[in-house]
Design a protein around this ligand. Structure first.
Ligand SMILES: Nc1ncnc2c1ncn2[C@@H]1O[C@H](COP(=O)(O)OP(=O)(O)OP(=O)(O)O)[C@@H](O)[C@H]1O
Ligand SMILES: [Mg+2]
Length: 358
């Protein structure tokens, strides 16, 4: 549906997009994820046609977009600061894009009612837009974009103004909506959890470049750099030395963990000239309670910090022979006590959960 080839964008001297290459499939829920200022909005605006590119190719639905203005593109954008008209009613806001549509009024009214029902605002049509909550306004902005039946819907941080609970509700609603209408969604977010929950695929951007493009699970399990790993959830790193490599297996000496055999598949990328290290997620370490033994390998350490989250507890454990504490997460289940700070701990781990960055 969208084909981007070596897209470059300069604002004066500032190189905002540095060679973006990617293809987005029809019906895909695609997310652009990255820190503030990395170029997410710029990329979305170049797809929408609000921004000229300096060089490169943008194709939508098989057509070159060079010289095609925003209002002639099969896209619709919901802006970072969703601008709805406070003095109009909800209905008038949603129907705004249809004002020059030649269809009879009754038909347009039906389309408005349909769009409102889709975003869960049935019965709100006559309400003044200024008399809505933030989340309801958000949904009005969505309905207003959906009613134009774009092939591609561009969403720039559409949920950023909402509180956690409402955000989570809207995330589920958006996924449902996207399945229902089947159009291509491109979502911009700087919230990694939101991207993981919602997307078929995610492009992680830093400084105008795509650092990694993958499905959520690959991105989480096999980040291709320490930087991506750090941006997507928490990852522990330990210094490592590569001792040898043969038959798709890499022998690595890991601080505190000793000699490990790591599959070459678990070494997905480089680390930009830093010393080699291995990374592992908090949930790949398990605390061992009295009487339990590790199925693979075992280490010992000291619990330095305990953070209780209700469903989970996070422990910072200083493993013997390791300089920095490693974070470990345990699901809280009945009968499993939360351990105290300062307690000695036995920890189970497995080389298969390690990711090598070299
Ligand atoms: N019109 C402009 N003129 C000059 N520089 C700009 C312009 N628009 C954006 N930039 C710069 O380009 C870079 C990328 O901006 P962009 O708005 O795409 O970031 P973003 O990833 O959407 O960030 P955020 O998460 O904060 O919204 C930033 O450094 C920004 O200052
Ligand atoms: Mg932005």
């Amino acid at each position: 549906m969208i084909h981007l080839q070596d897209v470059q964008k300069y604002y004066g001297d500032y190189h905002a997009l540095r060679g973006i290459n990617c293809d987005i499939k029809a019906g895909e829920f695609f997310s652009l994820l990255g820190p503030s200022g990395c170029g997410k909005t710029t990329l979305l605006r170049t797809i929408a046609g609000f921004e000229d590119i300096t060089s490169g190719v943008v194709m939508i639905d098989g057509k070159h977009m060079e010289g095609v203005p925003a209002n002639k593109r099969p896209t619709n954008m919901v802006f970072q600061s969703y601008a709805i008209f406070p003095h109009l009613t909800v209905e008038q806001n949603v129907g705004f894009g249809l004002r020059r549509d030649p269809r009879p009024k009754a038909e347009k009214d039906r389309a408005v009612a349909e769009a409102l029902e889709m975003v869960g605002l049935k019965g709100f049509g006559a309400r003044a837009a200024h008399a809505l909550s933030g989340g309801q306004r958000q949904r009005v902005a969505l309905a207003r974009a959906l009613i134009l039946k774009p092939k591609v819907l561009l969403l720039d941080e559409p949920l950023s103004a909402l509180d956690k609970k409402m955000r989570e509700n809207m995330q589920v609603e958006l996924i449902r909506l996207q399945r229902q209408v089947g159009i291509t969604f491109i979502l911009v977010t700087h919230d990694q959890e939101e991207a993981l929950v919602m997307s078929d695929r995610i492009a992680v951007m830093f400084e105008g470049e795509i650092a990694q493009l993958a499905d959520p699970e690959t991105l989480y399990r096999l980040p291709n750099s320490r930087r991506v790993a750090d941006f997507i959830g928490h990852m522990n790193f330990l210094p490592a030395k590569v001792a040898g490599e043969a038959n798709g297996e890499i022998d690595v000496d890991v601080q505190g963990l000793g000699r490990c055999h790591i599959s070459a598949r678990q070494a997905p990328g480089g680390n930009r000239g830093e010393e080699p290290s291995v990374g592992f997620r908090p949930e790949t370490l398990t605390l061992l309670y009295d009487g339990q033994t590790a199925t693979d390998r075992e280490a010992t350490g000291l619990i330095e910090e305990v953070v209780y989250y209700g469903d989970m507890t996070y422990y910072d454990v200083k493993l013997d022979g390791v300089d920095a504490p490693a974070r470990l997460s345990m699901r809280n289940v009945p009968g499993r006590p939360v351990l105290d700070r300062g307690a000695k701990a036995r920890v189970a781990w497995s080389p298969s959960a390690l990711v090598l960055f070299r």
